[in-house]
Write a protein that binds this ligand. Structure first.
Ligand code: KG4
Ligand code: ZN
Length: 347
């Protein structure tokens, strides 16, 4: 079964073709970084306009790269949410138009389930139960994956900012550009992670929740105070120390979640899973404590892409589900595991 995936939840316009939920025949992502970077963050209205321009060329390229045309597509999977409403609507409208004109099934996919699925696309040996940290610009969720039958349980989440959001905001306040994660990741390699002792929020509470907004404020306060005292700022040291604080908390709580659920496997998904320090430190900790660790080896499979959407979409379609043409957005913070997420639809 050939599934065309479409993903427009935020600021990447993406389309991909995946065969039988496994073989990625194409995976095209058009970034909008140049549009949003001057504002230091995503401007929803501009994102929607850019999706409108990009969606058909991106989809056409995905079909061309896969060496197929629309006649060969057996089903459509489109991101339904969470995300920006105006952005989601572009992908959903295009997906519905194709499903209608071609008379093929369509399913709405949860974006976060897509991030989880990115690991299945790459690793045949990844077998539930496992605990996954889904960490992106919008979410920082610890999720227990109980079975291949899309059984999810949310164990913890951020109480305020997502980890990626904290990277983006710290980069903005230090005028490093957007998105902040990759810039800080690179710059931190030249800094001392012990230069500034930033707080590790909620590290020692007993929950599996996170909180990053206080850490972001601690960076702001540190920078303001140093400048007021006439000191210069070593940005590499500041970002290395900030990143170390974020990574410490992410690693600690992920391991704690794995212990709590008595699993032997841990995984990472979402844009922040691209972070080299997070990958290294979690790998080190997993090795020490005897956990198997999986994360997408390619950065494109950590950040937003449509292959992960087509991949999980295949399994939903194979189950006989069809969201039909009344499909609409589910833009808000509905995570996997929160309400036993399953796409509703008649068969
Ligand atoms: O999953 P994603 O592409 O979009 C959302 O679903 O939000 O994640 C984007 C987030 C941004 O906040 C970006 O700064 C962060 O992922 N990110 C990183 C890295 N690459 C992307 N954060 C830390 N280190 C990175 N290398
Ligand atoms: Zn994402």
């Amino acid at each position: 079964m050939i599934v065309l995936g479409i993903e427009t939840s935020c600021d990447e316009t993406a389309a991909a073709v995946v065969e039988d939920g496994k073989l990625v025949l194409s995976n095209v992502v058009a970034s909008q970084v140049d549009v949003h970077s001057i504002y230091g963050g995503v401007v929803p209205e501009l994102a929607s306009r850019k999706h409108i321009q990009n969606i058909v060329p991106v989809m056409t390229q995905a079909l061309n790269d896969a060496g197929i045309n629309l006649d060969d597509v057996d089903g459509i999977a489109v991101t339904q949410g969470p995300g920006l409403v105006g952005s989601l609507l572009i992908g959903i409208s295009v997906a519905k138009a194709i499903a209608y004109t071609r008379d093929i099934p369509i399913v709405g996919v949860n974006h976060l389930e897509g991030h989880i699925y990115a690991n299945y696309l790459e690793y045949d040996e990844l077998d539930p139960p496992f605990v996954i940290l889904v960490v992106s610009g919008g979410h920082t969720d610890l999720v227990y994956v109980g079975s291949r039958d899309r059984h999810y349980e949310k164990l913890g989440q951020t109480l305020d900012d997502a980890a990626g959001e904290a990277f983006d905001k710290v980069a903005k306040l230090l005028e490093l550009g957007y998105p902040g994660g990759p810039v800080i990741d690179r710059m931190a390699k030249d800094g001392n992670p012990e230069a500034v002792d930033f707080p590790r929020p909620v590290l020692h509470d007993h929950s599996l929740n996170f909180s990053f907004s206080g850490l972001k404020t601690a960076v702001l306060n540190y920078v303001t105070k140093e400048l007021e005292q006439g000191n210069s700022i070593n940005k590499a040291d500041v970002v290395a120390s900030f990143q170390a604080a974020v990574v410490d908390v992410l690693v600690e709580k992920t391991i704690r979640a794995a212990e709590m659920k008595s699993v032997n496997t841990v995984a990472l998904g979402g844009g922040v899973a691209a972070n080299s320090m997070l990958r290294e430190q979690l790998a080190e900790r997993c090795k020490k404590e005897g956990y198997k660790l999986f994360y997408p080896s390619k950065i494109i499979m950590c950040t937003d892409n449509a292959a992960m959407i087509a991949g999980i979409g295949y399994f939903i379609l194979k189950d006989g589900e069809n969201s039909e043409l009344s499909l609409s957005t589910d833009a808000f913070k509905r995570s996997v595991g929160e309400h036993g997420y399953k796409v509703k639809g008649s068969k």
